[in-house]
Design a protein around this ligand. Structure first.
Ligand SMILES: Nc1ncnc2c1ncn2[C@@H]1O[C@H](COP(=O)(O)OP(=O)(O)OP(=O)(O)O)[C@@H](O)[C@H]1O
Ligand SMILES: [Mg+2]
Length: 261
């Protein structure tokens, strides 16, 4: 049974002279992957960054509307406590210039002090969950920068998982990766969705078809970014109702030459 985890209502993001995202409302449930698609500049990343309050750090951006995590307004929470519950992966892996092991524990150590054996246990379990343990278990003291980009992205996932978040936000997490690393991340997403609520931005329609359950299309309408259409994945992909989604899917088909199935 799916449970309502995140509920956003009338989410609007403005600068002094522009509306970047207007009146976005959506729900994300446990056990389901919520995908966000749409043309570049539509406001997908802006939407995602509202959920863990990353936009709060950007001078000049004003966020209004309401986001509830398990019924609780995210603004009433301490922001660090909120970010412990909501992990994030970016397009390019964000690696700290320390060892692989230190990278895994970066967030977890800030949250609570760990004994040496707890630290080892957290490291191993997070790396196993991110399907990286077998590849790097003997190299935990090496600099994380020596890893391939695909391994670095799984390391970032392990770092997020070490904090035991309920929600995972992913902003085009595979767009810098080769097909094999992309497949590894997609496999992980399908595995992790049973225990986490996942929201993912992707430009890859074939990927959206493989891993998402619900989809929202974010696009510019009347000069502002907004959710123009949302619903069950297959419904949106097979019978899009808005000109924006039709155009986006058509452009994606041309781009992939219908081959990426
Ligand atoms: N801090 C900011 N100040 C002003 N404008 C911004 C800011 N952040 C984003 N924007 C603008 O908001 C719009 C939406 O940006 P956003 O990054 O959310 O788009 P996107 O849908 O994620 O695009 P892409 O697919 O290229 O990643 C863009 O026009 C962008 O230039
Ligand atoms: Mg983006």
């Amino acid at each position: 049974m799916s449970e309502l985890i995140l509920k956003a209502s009338a989410l609007t993001v403005r600068t002094a002279d522009r509306v970047l995202l207007y009146d976005a409302s959506f729900r994300a449930e446990s056990g389901r992957v919520f995908g966000i698609i749409g043309p570049s500049g539509g406001g997908k990343s802006t939407l995602l960054r509202c959920i863990n309050r990353l936009n709060d750090l950007v001078p000049g951006l004003r966020v209004s509307g309401d986001i509830r995590l398990r019924g609780e307004c995210i603004r009433t929470n301490d922001v660090n406590a909120l970010r412990a519950r909501i992990g994030m992966l970016f397009q390019q892996p964000v690696i700290f210039p320390t060892s692989i092991g230190e990278n895994v524990l970066f967030g977890a150590k800030r949250l609570r002090s760990l004994t040496r054996s707890e630290a080892s246990a957290v490291t191993e379990s997070a790396l196993r969950e991110a399907a990286l343990w077998d590849e790097i278990k003997d190299r935990l003291r090496q600099p994380a920068t020596v890893l391939s980009v695909g391994q670095q992205q799984r390391l970032c996932l392990a770092r997020a998982l070490a904090v035991q978040p309920e929600v995972l936000l992913m902003d085009e997490p595979t767009s810098a990766l080769d097909p094999r690393s992309t497949a590894a991340i997609e496999e992980l997403i399908l595995r992790l969705k049973t225990s986490h609520t996942i929201l993912i931005v992707t430009h890859n329609i074939a990927q959206a078809r493989r891993i998402t359950d619900t989809l929202a299309c974010v696009s510019i309408r009347d000069g502002v970014g907004q959710i123009v259409e949302q619903g069950e994945r297959e419904q949106l992909l097979t019978s899009p109702q808005t000109p924006e989604l039709c155009e986006y899917l058509h452009a994606s088909d041309i781009h992939t030459g219908f081959t990426d199935e």
